[in-house]
Design a protein around this ligand. Sequence first.
Ligand code: SF4
Ligand code: SF4
Length: 262
Amino acid sequence: MEEPQPLTEADEILPPRPPALCPGCSHRAAYYAMKQVFGADAIFPSDIGCYTLAVDMGTIDTCLCMGASINLASGIRFGGEHRDICCSIGDSTFLHNGMPGLLNAVYNNAKITVTILDNLTTAMTGHQPHPGTGVTATGDKTKSVSIEALANALGADFVETVGPYDLNATLETFRKAKECQEGLSVVIAKQACITNARRAGVRRKPFRVNDNCVGCGECVDFGCPAIEFHEDRARINSLCTGCGVCAQICPSDAIEEVVNVK
Ligand code: SF4
Ligand code: SF4
């Protein structure tokens, strides 16, 4: 048999395609705000889920096994780390295996921030429901467990839920969590998965770049696949799902909702 040779041309032809969150995914806004508040020097343990696709955003330092992020965060704290520690875990993963970690961290007085990225589904493995969604795996209605009530019951010193599409509110919630003097803070960043929402028929108006654009690239750095850079300025393509977060980031007021779309 002839030994297969690697296709070296592929490296030259194909553009690099790093992992990316979906256009309009609320995890991107939550991580953006987290990075703004905690800064590049903080430690960001993370977990396994669709949010791990945000690995390029600088807020995912570890990904070990399902539910490990909170344990790693407290382990790093008690290993002698003095910098801020903000870990992240998805709603499904938290309900599956994150709760004992949170209880243990509270019990041991770990001064960390735990971010629960609540997109109301188990997106990475196919949008299965979980105990927080109010439906069973067979689609029957059931009780919906409140993640906020659980975090309070497990003893967290600060618990606040915020919608990540509201960037200022999200920044403010992370600031309060960071400054929580008592000990462990929990931020629940809650917004339905954009893919699930669109399947359910939700359609937001798309956004566009107007003539105010000065080409600073801040919106491009945000990393939404719907934002491109073309001839020294940004433009938004047809992948836009209308989350509106890039418009809140642009310093030149150059991103606006397309008003005349049905
Ligand atoms: S952030 Fe605003 S001004 Fe800067 S490139 Fe994007 S649209 Fe243009
Ligand atoms: S509004 Fe901006 S960030 Fe949101 S999906 Fe459209 S281009 Fe992406």
